[in-house]
Design a protein around this ligand. Structure first.
Ligand code: AGP
Length: 615
């Protein structure tokens, strides 16, 4: 996610903002910039790369005066990482400047209107459109900056945390929030603005956290005035006395990045379908697919290539694509695919899935597929990553940076993107009815709330983890859409607790693995109501009759499995194709709690790297 830092007060702004941006580096970013007001002019410097690169740039230019300024670290969502797309962004007049964390979904239509009015743009970003919309409103409505921001924000759709400055009104900074975090640090005769409190914690522990659809005018002499963006009503500022320390804030108050990222999944899924899943209109909008629809619809087959958790997401997509869009799919480990001399033709469509966008095996497999004439579509979480640049087209997961080595929100957002693609193709091919399509859209829109509900089982899951933390081996079973979730659950346990675990299709037990069953063997069985439920129940009975320990992941209200299993963990009901987005949640939390109880290094497990950029 992007990071914002602003300062207005009696100190030199530059060192406060620069150090503040360094405090926000944990959020992940690809470029940085700062604008300062020196009492007469705006001085803006920005660059692709790290905050250190920005510091070096300022050092060359030797101008860091000013006691007011705003800075930004960019996590690209629109426009590749480069100097021009970095923030801050000027308005056309050069009087206004903005930094922004979020996504303006309707920026394209606003940009078209502004172009007609003679505005010009230097970057590909939605943020530059927003600052010129604010300028246009300010000019035409003849209002001050705060009012112009408010009117403009009532015209945009999307998520934002913004800080806006007008060089003709240098004693104030205007901020606003919807969907992305924004905090105001209240100092003694000075104010700080930031995405979280880490940049100003050393200066003040007094903070105001804006709520969604609130904006504030931060004035040096007059203080802070908070208003509702929608109706301009005043909001009483609530100043908190922060108790968290720096490390706790970086992790959002969670003990580990992995736990933070597990709990970020409702927002991450919503950010991933934002602007793409249009339920009211009954459409799915995905430029990367729309622009290549014929090629994809006429493909002989889809070949999915990926590694690890991304490969498990690909396996889920095999069920979705074949079940809904009736398109043949093969899912390949990239490391195998690249060396087995596969048959690839220009009639093949390859989908490459990668959180980091830097996995060497996946990148190599893409290049091989391209060399044979296949069309390659990427699903990545890092804008401008090697894989994103190597593929012919793609769709980003908007999960935000995933710091924990064990992939969690990447998995669910990858499935979200793949589900959107499969539904879009199924609609185009007519392999599902209009009503079925609409029902899937409605159910997908409800998933973030259902994930939130599944997360509420955390305390119960912790107790289950306590029971099985000393197991030496575990089995994970699932059928249909939940077979890949069983594999993913086993991987999660292996990679952070170092307990051996295997995932299997539930029906495979009788072909060998059932020989492993005894009272020392915990078996995690995904047994949701949708998807061969009765057959999974009989698999559970087979295990029970051999004294296996059974932990069922069940649909809330389940009775049959509850009567058979040693423990059950409930997830909300949804349609079969979306169950993986919910059943994976308890398995992520189980692995996390077991690893913590075993005192393992959850965020950086031994022998593992977050991105495997070597063979
Ligand atoms: C999953 O928890 C692991 N971190 C690992 O399997 C990972 O999914 C794999 O290395 C692929 O990484 P990528 O998605 O960045 O390509």
């Amino acid at each position: 996610m992007c990071g914002i830092v602003g300062y207005i007060g009696k100190k030199e702004a530059y060192p406060v903002i620069l150090e503040g941006l360094k405090r926000l580096e944990y959020r992940g970013y690809d470029s940085a910039g700062i604008v300062l007001y020196d009492g007469e002019n705006l001085k803006l410097s920005k660059t692709k790369g790290k905050v250190l690169d920005l510091e070096n740039k300022f050092a060359e230019e030797k101008s860091t005066n000013g006691s007011v300024g705003i800075g930004h670290t960019r996590w690209a969502t629109h426009g590749i990482p480069n100097d021009v797309n970095s923030h801050p962004h000027y308005s056309n007049s050069g009087d206004l400047v903005i930094v922004h964390n979020g996504i303006i979904e309707n920026y394209a239509s606003i940009k078209q209107e502004l172009l007609k009015r003679g505005y010009t743009f230097t970057s590909d970003t939605d943020t530059e459109v927003l600052i010129n919309l604010i300028e246009d409103v300010k000019k035409n409505e003849k209002v001050k900056l705060g009012k112009a921001v408010q009117i403009a924000l009532n015209q945009v759709v999307g998520a934002y945390a913004i800080a806006v400055f007008d060089k003709n009104k240098p004693n104030e900074i205007v901020v606003a929030k919807l969907g992305s975090p924004l905090a105001i640090g209240v100092g003694d005769g000075e104010f700080f603005i930031a995405s979280d409190a880490t940049p100003f914690l050393e200066y003040t522990k007094k903070a105001i956290y804006l709520e969604d659809e609130e904006m504030a005018i931060v004035r040096l002499k007059k203080g802070i005035k908070i208003r509702k963006i929608k109706d301009d009503s005043l909001v009483d500022p609530y100043i908190q006395e922060l108790q968290l320390n720096l490390e706790q804030i970086v992790k959002g108050g969670y003990d580990h990045f992995m736990l933070k990222e597990i709990h970020e999944q409702p927002v991450a899924i919503k950010d991933t379908y934002r602007g793409r899943l249009l339920v009211k209109e009954g459409i799915i909008r995905m430029a990367g697919i729309d622009d290549n629809l014929e090629r994809i619809l006429n493909a002989n087959r889809i070949i999915v290539i990926a590694c690890g958790t991304s490969w498990h997401a690909g396996l889920v997509s095999e069920y979705i694509f074949e079940d809904l869009a009736r398109i043949p799919v093969e899912v390949e480990y990239a490391s195998e695919f690249r060396y087995r001399n596969p048959v690839i033709t220009e009639k093949d469509v390859v989908i490459a899935i990668s959180q980091s966008g830097e996995t060497a095996d996946t990148l190599a497999a893409i290049k091989l597929a391209k060399s044979k004439g296949a069309f390659v579509f990427g699903v990545c979480n890092v804008v401008g990553s090697s894989i994103a640049r190597e593929t012919h087209a793609g769709a980003y997961t908007h999960a935000g940076p995933e710091i924990g080595v064990a992939s969690t929100k990447a998995f669910t957002t990858q499935i979200t993107v793949l589900t959107l693609i499969a539904l879009k193709l199924a609609k185009e091919k007519g392999t599902i009815s209009k009503s079925e399509f609409q029902h899937h859209l409605q159910e997908l829109e409800l998933i973030p709330d259902k994930v939130e509900k599944a997360l509420l089982q955390d305390e119960h899951i912790k107790k289950v983890a306590e029971t099985y933390k000393d197991a030496k081996n575990c089995l994970y079973l699932g059928r249909g859409y939940n077979f890949p979730v069983a594999l993913e659950g086993a991987l999660k346990l292996k990679e952070i607790s170092y307990i051996h675990a295997e995932g299997y299709p539930a029906a495979e037990m009788k072909h060998g693995p059932i020989a492993l069953i005894d009272e020392q063997m915990p078996v995690f069985v995904i047994a949701t109501k949708k998807g061969h439920y009765e057959k999974v129940v009989s698999n559970i009975e087979e295990i029970k009759s051999r004294s296996g320990k059974i932990i069922g992941i069940v649909t809330e209200g389940d009775v049959d499995v509850k009567n058979l299993a040693d423990h059950v963990i409930e997830v909300p009901e949804t349609i079969e194709s979306l169950t993986p987005l919910l059943t994976t949640i308890p398995l992520q939390l189980l692995s996390y709690h077991i690893a913590v109880m075993l005192d393992k290094n959850v965020d950086q497990p031994r022998n593992l790297a977050k991105s495997v950029t070597v063979e």
